[in-house]
Design a protein around this ligand. Structure first.
Ligand code: SF4
Length: 370
């Protein structure tokens, strides 16, 4: 039998599935588990190849494994532990999955098609503790962190809904949750995704988004990964930012920008600031001018994202005129700005919307210290 040690990384997070989540194991842990059952070590690489390269969803498909071994593995491991509670497809090719874990909690993940690019947007937590006022994901706080296996599972399920000719090219960690609050589980998942025997998505094509948690940003900086960082600002001054992003109260914009500067100085990796443009809240000319002052002189991109309305929330999309005026001030101020197109508008594309609207509703959420 598989030793308890192999389950250790995420043991505290999983209590209700008798099978071991195969995707929670490193290659070495899987090798060890097999060797303990007198199965040759090389079988681990074979299994991983079936899952990552050939998109297998069951041991039964692994036809170069002896039938008895396939049956034995199926009795011990689960490749996928979620069920797909909803699958939506938009006219622009964007597809969203609502996944339900064995503990009934639900998260969302998205496949975005743009030209030949296939970008997946994945979640890192059930819910979110950051409480951004415009966001459906954070409306009820956070229930728990996702495990490494659950993060990889999203990638693989999105990989499987592509056609045989399509290949994933980019990962953005911008779904439900604050990625830097679950870094210990996210980083091993990204490591596997970036390996050639994993999904082969190089680190330079992976972007981690954060609301801006300076200690965790510094930790990522010190690791010298080649991931890009996207920092969500959403406001150009502390008063407004604390109103929109409540965690800012104890952080401040200055410390977020300083941590972003340290990341850029150490890693030289692309730095992006994100700004969700909320009609008549943070879209005024004075906000654009303050933003110019804040970002001037930095080698950074600014993504402006016109808000996607969320049912039950009082925030709205900015008027076309306000959006154009806002962008013009930024461009005149020398800021490298672009408007991020809203993909999949028709499928509850804003993070957390599908989870709230799908039958089955919400699970009770609890506070998690981050
Ligand atoms: S926008 Fe991101 S950080 Fe803010 S509450 Fe939503 S998921 Fe959390």
């Amino acid at each position: 039998m598989l030793r308890a040690a192999a389950r250790t990384p995420n043991l505290e997070l999983r209590t209700d599935n008798p099978l071991i989540h195969l995707l929670d194991l490193t290659l070495e842990q899987l090798q060890q588990a097999l060797v303990e059952q007198d199965v040759p070590k090389y079988r681990a690489a074979q299994i991983r190849k079936w899952i990552f390269e050939k998109r297998a969803a069951s041991f039964d498909e692994m036809t170069d494994l002896p039938k008895g071994l396939r049956e034995r593995l199926a009795g011990q491991f689960a490749i996928f532990t979620s069920t797909i509670a909803a699958h939506q497809v938009a006219d622009d090719g964007t597809e969203k999955l609502l996944l339900q874990w064995p503990d009934q909690h639900r998260i969302e993940c998205v496949l975005i098609r743009e030209g030949t690019r296939r970008t997946i947007c994945i979640s890192t937590q059930v819910g979110c503790a950051m409480g951004c006022v415009f966001c459906a994901s954070g409306l009820d706080g956070v229930a728990r962190n996702l495990t490494t296996g659950e993060i990889i599972e999203q990638m693989l399920l999105l990989n499987r809904i592509q056609t045989a000719e399509e290949r994933l090219s980019n990962i953005v960690v911008m779904g439900m949750g604050e990625p830097l609050a679950n870094l210990d589980r996210l980083l091993p998942a990204l490591e596997i995704a970036s390996r050639s025997e994993g999904l082969g998505i190089g680190g330079r094509r992976i972007t981690i988004s954060t609301v801006g948690l300076p200690p965790a940003m510094d930790r990522l900086t010190a690791m010298h990964t080649n991931y890009s960082l996207a920092v969500s600002l959403h406001a150009p001054n502390d008063e407004l930012r604390t109103q929109i992003v409540p965690v800012n109260k104890n952080i401040t914009i200055a410390s977020v920008i300083e941590a972003a500067d340290r990341f850029f100085a150490e890693n030289g990796r692309r730095l992006t600031f994100e700004y969700v443009l909320l009609g008549e809240l943070n879209d005024r000319t004075e906000h654009a001018r303050q933003l110019v002052e804040l970002l001037r002189g930095r080698t950074a991109h600014l993504n402006v994202i016109p808000y996607n309305p969320v049912a039950g929330l009082p925030y709205r999309t900015p008027s076309r005129k306000a959006e154009e005026r806002f962008l013009e001030i930024l461009r005149d101020g020398g800021i490298n700005v672009c408007v991020r197109a809203r993909k999949g508008d028709q499928i509850d594309a804003a993070c957390g919307q599908l989870r709230r609207s799908a039958p089955g509703g919400e699970m009770p959420l609890v506070e998690l210290k981050v």
